[in-house]
Each structure stands twice: as C-alpha cells, then as structure tokens.
Ligand binder design. Structure first.
Ligand SMILES: C[S@@+](CC[C@H](N)C(=O)[O-])C[C@H]1O[C@@H](n2cnc3c(N)ncnc32)[C@H](O)[C@@H]1O
Length: 176
C-alpha cells in the first residue's frame, strides 16, 4: 500500500457538487456492469457498493475500502478475470492513459466489457480550469480514446451520451 499517493496525486473534489455528479454518472454506468467488476480509479468506491463481486483500485486513498496502488498500469490481478472493467471520469488524470487501458484489456476476460466515461471535451476544458486544474487534460475525445485503444485488442461496440449530453460512455469489448 502506498501511503504517499495523496501527496503525489491531489484528491478529486469531494464537495456536494462533486458527490452529486459522481452519483449520477456511477448510477448510469452500473446498469451496464456485469460482475465480477474492477473499477479503476474508483475514487470513493461507490460503484462497488452495488455488487457483491466488485473491486475498486486507485492511487489515492479516499478511505472507502479500495485497493491503493502506486501505478494503475501494472496491477496484480490475474489476466482474463473480470467480466467488466470501468474507468469512470478518470482517463484524463492518468499520465499514460494508453498503458492503463492496456492493463484493463489484460485483466478482462474474453468478450468482457470495458466501460469508459469522459466529460464532453468542450465542457471539460472550462470545467477543469475551474475545478481541477491538475488534471492532465480536460477530457479526451472519442478519436483520442480510439487511438489509445488501438493496440489493446479492445473494440468499440457502442457509445452513449448521458447527463443531458454533458458526459459520454464508451463501451469496448475485449478480444474473443
Ligand atoms: C474525478 S475522480 C473519479 C472517481 C470515480 N471514478 C468517480 O466516478 O467518482 C478521478 C480519479 O482519478 C484518480 N487520479 C488522480 N490522479 C491520478 C493519476 N495521476 N493517476 C491515476 N489516477 C489518478 C483520483 O484518485 C480519482 O479517484
């Protein structure tokens, strides 16, 4: 366990608005989850509350029972294990997002689903300046995410707008 991670990575906003938006997006994503599920950069681990077989992992300890690691791109979970992996509102914080996505692909079982959400880039550009300027980029676009997944064997099967168009969910399927 790395107790220095919160110093290295600032905590994402946990105020009233932050918690409200987190509940909204997690509630949307959870309906598409089949356990066992791994929630990568799980924050306060709220997705895990909905499933008996759920694991949250993060680099910052929010005190919610997640596994805390130094890097999200080299996890100790076995390959081909999870039916679903989620990366909710987090890709834009990672220094090497393509490496984290490759790790998600590794731990997914064949035909498993990777669910990635990102705020719409135009909105995120403003939002992150105000709320969380340490985020690496405001948000990644669909084509950015597709490029990152190029060599992972993940295939985009659908994408959905939600939260009145503010947010997008990308559903990938792992190799057969
Ligand atoms: C906006 S929060 C989203 C949390 C949760 N998935 C949710 O939807 O509520 C972004 C997450 O990215 C994590 N994070 C921040 N900086 C990071 C970094 N450099 N590398 C990996 N994860 C990071 C934070 O700890 C936080 O849990």
């Amino acid at each position: 366990m790395n107790h220095h991670s919160s110093a290295l990575h600032p905590k994402s906003s946990q105020d009233r608005l932050g918690r409200f938006l987190a509940s909204w997006r997690v509630d949307y994503v959870r309906r598409r989850v089949e356990p066992p599920v791994l929630d990568v950069a799980c924050g306060d681990n709220r997705l895990a509350e909905y499933f008996a077989d759920a694991t949250g992992v993060d680099v910052v300890d929010y005190g919610a029972g997640a596994i805390i690691v130094e890097h999200l791109d080299s996890l100790t979970f076995p390959s081909d294990y999870f039916a679903t992996v989620t990366v909710i509102a987090s890709l834009n914080y990672f220094s090497q997002p393509e490496r984290v996505l490759a790790e998600c692909a590794r731990v997914l079982r064949p035909k498993g689903k990777l669910l990635v959400t990102q705020t719409r880039p135009a909105l995120a550009a403003v939002w992150h300046k105000v709320r969380e300027p340490w985020a690496k980029v405001g948000s990644y676009s669909r084509s950015d995410i597709l490029t990152m997944c190029d060599e992972t064997g993940l295939r985009l099967v659908s994408s959905h707008s939600f939260m009145f168009g503010m947010n997008r969910l990308f559903v990938f399927q792992s190799r057969q």
